[in-house]
Ligand binder design. Sequence first.
Ligand code: PMP
Length: 371
Amino acid sequence: MIYLDNAATTKMFEGAASEYKKFACELFYNPSSFYREGRKVKECLESARKSLLSKLGATQGDIIFTSGATESNNLAILGSRRNGSWEYIFSMGEHPSVYNVAKELERQGAIVHYVPLLANGKVDIDKIENLLNEKTRLVCVMHVSNETGAVNDIATISKIVKSKSNALLHVDGVQAFNKIKFSISDLGADTYTISAHKFHGPKGVGALYVKNKNGLKNIVFGGGQEGNLRSGTENVAGIMAMKWANEQIDIEKNYKNTLQLKNTMVDLLSKDKNIKIIETDSPYIMSVSFKGVKGETLARALQDEGVLVSTGSACSTKKMGNRILESMGIKQDEVLSSIRISFNAYMDRKEIVEAGDKILKTASKIANLEI
Ligand code: PMP
């Protein structure tokens, strides 16, 4: 099986799984317990926090451990609400774990603005600038699109947000963290979401980077763990496995490898004139459409050939169409003929060549049948 759906999830590193087992079966103590064993586990958690902060290049701020990116995004957005009438700005490119929270804010009576994407998949920064005012509470723009691999210029957006308002800037960094090199202090985000299973850690664990905890309120109530911002006993084994994966990854080396893989796939697929590739900056994700071929039919046929791709983010495949591609101005028939191919740095070129070959053959077979 050639797995080309790494934006949906990645295979856990064996070392991360061993670390998970160690903290599930040996050092299984509750980090909030007063006795020595508990305190030792607490120290381990603190070392995991430092490990993530260091990889983020943070010079200030904290890490709040969560059950993954969905919870981190909910905490960042719902935790930023304040009494009074406030406005919120969301990019149209956001993952459902942000977009559906925006819809909930609207239901609760907030004024919510949605900013469309440009044809290159990036958010329209000028439109954000025009919407900012003293009532803007929060701006949400993802770092890298899980659908297209478009990379938003967060540093520029944050400068504009800070110069034109007192708003907070939340960034969903799930497809960027441990994939592209950046420093959170250069980005200027107030909160930043990460998820372990997108970088070869376990599912169900992630974190929210918070520059200044005073800007945020808890959204679940309980024992007050994680600095009162996220109650519940921490998923210690998951967090320590996430730390292991975090320390294993060499971002620059992986970026180079992955870029070669993507370029190989782009070269192969470009041979077919009926194929259109959306050019984006992340080497990890590409969105491709095949004239006259339904993306879903192609993805299913490829499964039988041993190649796994998706027809969009795994979380939105059940919905009709694709909000993100449509926001980029892509026509409905092209949207429906799109598939997403996503890589990981540990694949080899041979696999990509084999998969590319199968994609070309399968697509042309279907196109001939459908004509
Ligand atoms: N944001 C983005 C950009 C994602 O790609 C995903 C996963 N598809 C999520 C959030 C949700 O992540 P999790 O599975 O950790 O909740």
